[in-house]
Design a protein around this ligand. Structure first.
Ligand code: ASP
Length: 324
């Protein structure tokens, strides 16, 4: 027994020593959606901003898409808790538990919370050949095309899925969901006219709106945006959907059991990254707001996610927007 305790102490000390040296090899950030989409964009910009405060270590993005973020999140939940495998995920951390029947991880207990990164509005966009030129005309088009409308999403529990479900519920229309592994491939199909509508983060839609490759009708926030490109888009609320409000946030996570010295280093680095002028500029240009409040503290991040679960669960249930 004594020998076992001694060995345990040696092992713990060894972890401690490694934790002090962290990081000594590349860090992988799992993005639970396909490359080139909005979550991926945030992760790649963040990886760049994190590199310097983490001593110049290389940070690679590992796209593990599928099941509205569940597959990638589960991969990190089961990863070695050494700080070298992290997760960058969005609001799915709080909607997946309600929308998905068998979630392959526990949001509350499988992760160390490292801080909220940003908040991102969504936009309601359509294929370029959509005849409607404003939201009012779009509602007329939707009414005239009942039963024939294809609405893209990034899988059950994803941000686009949630937004699309709430939109159908608020407008009392049923559309055909077309799932993708992320909204990067969804927007490609929207541009090609294979799907009609998509609700997606401004970090993905801004370049397409700017290039006039898609038509944009409204933002999902309660106030209009200030970004020059998007400032003229009405909110869905002012367009008649009274309580419509969805803002997507992203957070950084490590597997549960990651040594405290490592999570502290990661959180310290995140705080530096969130003040990086280049990161802020890039994100703001895409309509995102980089976190500058207490949600960058792990305990506050965890409280925020719990509050989001409590907020979304009754809304999802009341709207009857469950999915199998
Ligand atoms: N925007 C996607 C979503 O709807 C995720 C992504 O592709 O990053 O959740």
């Amino acid at each position: 027994m004594k020998k076992l305790l001694a060995l345990t102490a040696i092992a713990a000390a060894a972890v401690g020593v490694h934790a002090q040296d962290f990081p000594t090899k590349p860090i992988s950030i799992v993005v639970p959606f396909s490359a080139g989409g909005p979550t991926d964009r945030v992760a790649r910009d963040l990886a760049e901003a994190l590199r310097k405060p983490l001593g110049g270590v290389s940070i690679v993005i590992d796209n593990v898409p599928g099941a509205g973020s569940s597959i990638g999140a589960a991969k990190v939940a089961r990863a070695n808790p050494d700080g070298y495998t992290l997760l960058l995920n969005h609001i799915g951390m709080s909607t997946v538990p309600t929308l998905v029947r068998n979630v392959p991880f526990k949001v509350e207990s499988d992760f160390e919370y490292l801080g909220i990164v940003n908040d991102v509005p969504m936009t309601l966009i359509a294929k370029p050949s959509m005849p409607a030129n404003n939201y009012k005309e779009l509602t007329a088009w939707i009414a005239a095309n009942k039963g024939k409308i294809n609405l893209g999403n990034a899988g059950v529990g994803s941000a686009s899925h949630l937004c699309g479900l709430l939109f159908q519920s608020a407008t009392k229309t049923e559309m055909t969901p077309v799932p993708y592994k992320g909204t990067a491939p969804a927007i490609t199909d929207l541009i090609g006219g294979q799907i009609d509508l998509l609700c997606d983060q401004t970090t993905n839609t801004s370049p397409q709106i700017e290039g006039k490759k898609v038509k944009a009708y409204a933002v999902t926030t309660s106030k209009r945006l200030t970004t020059p490109l998007l400032k003229d888009l009405p909110t869905l609320q002012e367009s008649g959907l009274k309580d419509f409000q969805v803002t997507i946030w992203h957070g950084l996570y490590a597997p549960k059991g990651t040594p405290a010295a490592v999570t502290k280093k990661l959180n310290d680095a995140l705080k530096v990254a969130l003040k990086d002028p280049d990161f802020i500029k890039k994100q703001e240009g895409l309509g995102a707001v980089v976190t500058s409040d207490s949600r960058v503290e792990p305990a506050e991040h965890k409280k925020f996610v719990a509050a989001e679960i409590a907020k979304w669960s009754p809304i999802i249930k009341a709207a009857g927007v469950y999915a199998d």
